[in-house]
Ligand binder design. Structure first.
Ligand code: ZN
Length: 244
């Protein structure tokens, strides 16, 4: 968000107390009922990850969808904190701290799935970084390991595409070569946890994991705020979010 827009939003929130980002209930950033919808710990197979599975907080529909769209595409930065909390809770439910403790690791990196430059410019920020940083602090305190957030990936795509358009094959072709490692970040023998906001077909997620693995990283698992299950499209409409 631009500084002026951010200042305006701040003043507007003081003058007109906000409602829940998921259901508009007054006086809450994320009300207890909507918060509970992010408490799902949905597990799916991911053979290329050390844990063999990836995890999502909830299904991408209803209040979960509404909340993520407001946070991601309308710059509701007050959601950074509750979303960071639900991601930490997901890590705990998935058994991640215990899993990390079972193997000696030099360093653990929390890597956000990258947005395209166009999407980042539109949003004015890297929206997954506060969540990655929050998870790193949590895991650091929980395990005593050296854990830090690191933007190890970038998306060279020039335009965001709808999260809900295109089949798996088309998405895979669009992504080929777009997601790469960023700068000279050393990934060899680093344990990596990939974090994302919405996983749809899983094409982006798998591409990210492949790129990280090809640089010698050990991808432990992937944590996402929400999952759009295949064959279960969310509410039809034009308010689609850009996943990449
Ligand atoms: Zn609510």
């Amino acid at each position: 968000m631009e500084p002026v827009a951010r200042a305006f939003a701040h003043v507007a929130n003081m003058l007109f107390p906000r409602g829940c980002v998921g259901c508009d209930r007054p006086d809450a950033v994320l009300c207890p009922e909507c918060h509970a919808l992010f408490n799902g710990c949905l597990a799916q197979t991911l053979g290329t990850a050390e844990m063999g599975r990836w995890f999502a907080c909830g299904w991408y529909r209803g209040a979960v969808r509404q909340a993520i769209l407001s946070w991601k595409d309308h710059g509701d930065e007050e959601c950074d904190r509750p979303f960071s909390e639900v991601l930490c809770s997901l890590a705990e439910q998935a058994g991640l701290p215990d899993h990390l403790g079972n193997v000696s690791r030099e360093q653990v990196l929390i890597v956000p799935a990258p947005s395209s430059l166009a999407s980042m410019r539109q949003r004015g920020r890297r929206h997954m970084m506060p969540l990655a940083t929050g998870l790193a602090s949590y895991l650091c305190a929980r395990t005593g390991m050296h854990v830090r957030a690191c933007e190890a990936l970038e998306n060279r795509g020039t335009a965001g595409r709808s999260v809900e358009t295109g089949g798996t094959v088309q998405r895979s072709q669009r992504l080929k070569g777009r997601i790469t490692t960023r700068g000279k970040i050393l990934l060899k023998n680093k344990a990596v946890i990939l974090v994302d906001d919405i996983v749809t077909s899983g094409t982006t997620m798998r591409r990210c994991v492949d790129v990280l693995s090809s640089q010698g990283a050990e991808v432990v698992t992937v944590l996402s705020l929400a999952h759009t299950p295949a064959g279960k499209p969310t509410k039809a409409g034009r308010h689609f979010s850009s996943e990449i």
